[in-house]
Design a protein around this ligand. Structure first.
Ligand code: HEC
Ligand code: HEC
Ligand code: HEC
Length: 454
């Protein structure tokens, strides 16, 4: 892959990790307001939508779910004032102030200019935005939802008079006009038409999945020009270190044996008991967006995902969550005694016993309330790709959904007593996949070192 495409790919991933989606459990907007061309013609702040409560409510819900906040607000910063640094290999892309302040924010944006920025990636001054701003997916947002989003930003967001530092990337990414070429090559969503709140279940699910949640950006592999491979839609793809699995309806390589409720539970809480948990970028998708969707929207999304045509997987030929059983207790007791004087010589079982068993149980069955999952019947361990298991051991789990905080510390931190070496992780992964998974991997310490660098 040419370097420039790699760069753009990493933009997309960086954008996705932070940016998720949309919800929109809202009142139907007033017909008249929708038809009003006035907002487009006049400078924003004076637009007549100011008192159209239904439209503003819809805009608020679109903004919440499309998660504009996640990228455009820093920790402890004012809402939408920008300044968040989003890491890419070419440097940090810094989000801008999108409050309606006329000098520092987007107060002077007309509705048309706002649309150009959000759905097409072109700033008011005609300059191309970096695709960290997920305009490729937002291109699928309906006109009506865009209008509501604009009205809400202009009338309900507090103006903030401050300008975040400017993005300065290294060559070739600093040449913003290069983005024009990329925009022609990347396939963006086709805009939906009509009122997204009145779509039937499958159409609503499709809208959520593609325009707002952009599931495919991570789960669909890309061709050499970075467009998503439409013939491998949701067929599974590599991310930075993580692997977004095949989530098509295949009963062997995908999630065809999951019920609609399993998918809803996974998206709402990050867990489908006895199947999978959401960590890494999927954990962020759940924390920032899908956990906030309404139940009807979650069911629409799940119903849509369930009917996505089955694609077989190159590597997984049996459901990933169908492997393993509790480990026998005696297994542990009869193992060689601990050599605490020489940790390098600990067996995989001892590494497990020392570092994992306190939470996941000595037999690997997790806790009865599922707050700590079992290591068997677990997609991260059952898949023949060790990527997610290695990444979870290195980085842990940190996900919030409702009042629940799913947290497991990682074993990567130098300052932590729990740090595991590359050799220890390799030996542990091979052991866990043999005991609780398909047993078909042989991970080397060198491979773990590569993942540690991600
Ligand atoms: C994944 C992170 C991310 C999400 C989610 C996101 N943005 Fe952005 N946005 C950015 C970044 C980064 C920039 C600046 C890009 C650049 O400098 O090229 C930007 C730029 C913009 C601009 C151009 C402003 C200017 O500088 O003139 C607008 C308008 C905008 N975003 C609106 C939105 C809205 C509305 C949403 C939600 C529907 C949203 N963004 C969601 C990251 C994001
Ligand atoms: C930012 C990238 C990203 C996005 C966007 C994303 N996913 Fe994921 N998804 C992942 C990763 C990575 C995993 C593996 C997580 C793990 O094992 O902890 C995953 C796992 C899953 C799983 C579990 C599959 C299994 O067998 O373990 C399901 C189901 C899923 N995603 C559905 C979705 C849906 C539906 C959407 C859109 C609403 C979506 N994902 C959006 C990255 C993403
Ligand atoms: C302090 C308790 C604790 C310890 C110690 C611990 N875990 Fe976890 N583990 C958790 C929790 C909590 C979760 C997340 C549950 C959830 O996602 O809802 C988790 C999740 C996981 C997952 C599923 C992640 C996914 O993406 O599907 C795996 C695999 C895992 N742990 C393996 C290990 C291994 C291997 C060790 C030892 C090196 C270990 N854990 C140590 C508490 C712990």
């Amino acid at each position: 892959m040419p370097d420039i495409f790699k760069t753009f790919r990493s933009f997309l991933i960086a954008g996705n990790v932070l940016g998720a989606l949309h919800a929109a459990p809202v009142l139907a907007a007033d017909e008249k307001a929708q038809d009003s061309k006035a907002a487009a013609a006049s400078p924003a702040p004076a637009a007549p939508a100011a008192d159209d409560e239904a439209l503003l409510k819809r805009g608020a819900d679109v903004a919440l779910a499309a998660d504009c906040m996640a990228c455009h607000t820093t920790k402890n910063g004012k809402p939408f004032a920008g300044g968040l640094k989003i890491a890419t290999p070419m440097g940090n892309v810094i989000s801008t102030n999108i409050t309606p302040d006329p000098e520092h924010g987007i107060g002077k944006y007309t509705e048309v200019q706002f649309d150009e920025a959000v759905r097409h990636g072109i700033r008011a001054d005609g300059v191309n935005l970096y695709p960290v701003m997920p305009y490729v997916s937002y291109a699928g947002i309906t006109d009506q939802d865009m209008k509501a989003l604009y009205a809400w930003f202009m009338h309900r967001v507090q103006p903030v008079a401050s300008t975040p530092p400017e993005t300065a990337l290294t060559f070739p990414a600093n040449v913003r006009s290069a983005m024009k070429v990329w925009n022609m090559l990347a396939t963006s969503e086709t805009p939906e038409t009509g009122d997204s709140m009145t779509f039937d279940t499958l159409r609503r699910g499709k809208y959520l999945a593609n325009a707002l949640e952009h599931c495919g950006t991570c789960h669909t592999p890309r061709n050499f020009m970075l467009g998503e491979k439409t013939d491998r839609y949701l067929g599974g793809a590599e991310l930075a270190g993580w692997y977004a699995p095949n989530i098509t309806s295949s009963k062997t390589g995908g999630i065809g044996d999951w019920s609609e409720d399993d998918i809803v539970s996974y998206l709402k809480t990050g867990q489908a008991h006895g199947r999978a948990q959401a960590a890494g970028s999927m954990g962020e998708v759940v924390s920032f967006s899908t956990s906030k969707l309404s139940d009807p929207d979650l069911h629409a999304l799940a119903a849509y995902i369930k009917q996505v045509p089955a694609l077989e997987d190159d590597v997984d030929h049996k459901p990933r969550d169908s492997f393993g059983q509790p480990m026998n207790d005696p297994d542990i007791r009869t193992d060689v005694p601990k050599r605490i004087d020489n940790l390098d010589q600990m067996s995989a079982l001892q590494i497990f016993d020392d570092n994992c068993a306190a939470c996941h149980g000595r037999n690997g069955a997790g806790t009865a309330d599922h707050s700590v999952p079992s290591l068997f019947s677990n997609s991260a361990v059952g898949t023949a790709r060790p990527d997610n298991l290695i990444m979870v051991i290195l980085n842990g789990v940190d996900r919030k959904a409702g009042d629940h905080h799913a947290f497991m510390h990682g074993f990567n931190d130098k300052s932590q007593v729990e740090r595991l070496s590359d050799a220890e992780i390799a030996s542990l992964v091979n052991f866990l996949m043999e005991k609780f998974g398909s047993g078909s991997v042989n991970v080397t310490p060198e491979k773990v070192a590569e993942f540690r660098k991600q």
